[in-house]
Design a protein around this ligand. Sequence first.
Ligand code: GLN
Length: 283
Amino acid sequence: MDSSGQSDVSQCLARAVGRLPAEDGRHVAEHLLSHVLGRDRAWLFAHARDPLAADEIARFEALLERRIAGEPVAYLTGRRGFWTLDLAVGPDTLIPRPETELLVELALARLPAGQALDVADLGTGSGAIALALASERPQARVMATDASAGALAMAERNAREHGIGNVRFLRGDWWQPLAGQCFDLVASNPPYIADADPHLGQGDLRHEPMSALASGADGLDAIRVIVGDAPRHLRAGGWLLLEHGWDQGAGIRELLLRSGFDEVATERDLEARDRVTSGRWPG
Ligand code: GLN
């Protein structure tokens, strides 16, 4: 507080850092204050001595309380960056993770630019994968499915906000809304955590939709459905790419090989953990 009883930007941040969980630190305090003020972080540094208005302090305080109670930062701001896109996210959608950008990279490597290829994203959530691929391949025709009406509404909003017109959003489980349709590439970040995994009761996962996280006793229920029906939806030479947990690569390669896929391989994320397995449908 200064002599007038008000707080400036740097005092407010310093007090917040002291209250936030240690692993959040300064970065989260700055992120939340930037959000409240509608300014970027560089502005906070340049205006460290600017006094904050009472309502700004109150709104910052409310977000801090929710963060201290464990809510994910992305749900507090309603935004999360993914690939080149700033996406709207909310409790109906999984929060896009940086490791999922590996799935986007691997998909783009299999999608030559300038061709009218058919692409699908199963369980699109906020639309992260579908919109990243559609923005990089404007000539592709992308289908994005999700069982959750709330998630699809968020994904459609994200498409509108970014002016991305080459994605269609369809409601339903996995392949169900895509009967009779064939694709050159299908990508999915399905739920893959085992139902009994204690991580589901920790951190951000507590607040995210369970249907986007957990999938049966070994976490592979959704992936079995996706792999099982993939041959009916892939053109000859078409690719299936799946994100999964660090210990599921061998099991998913086995599923793909038994279904008749070739060129089956698992790629590691930036933390050197198995993260995405792909296979080619020979036709
Ligand atoms: N990658 C997420 C996590 O482990 C899980 C996402 C998912 O199940 N698709 O935190």
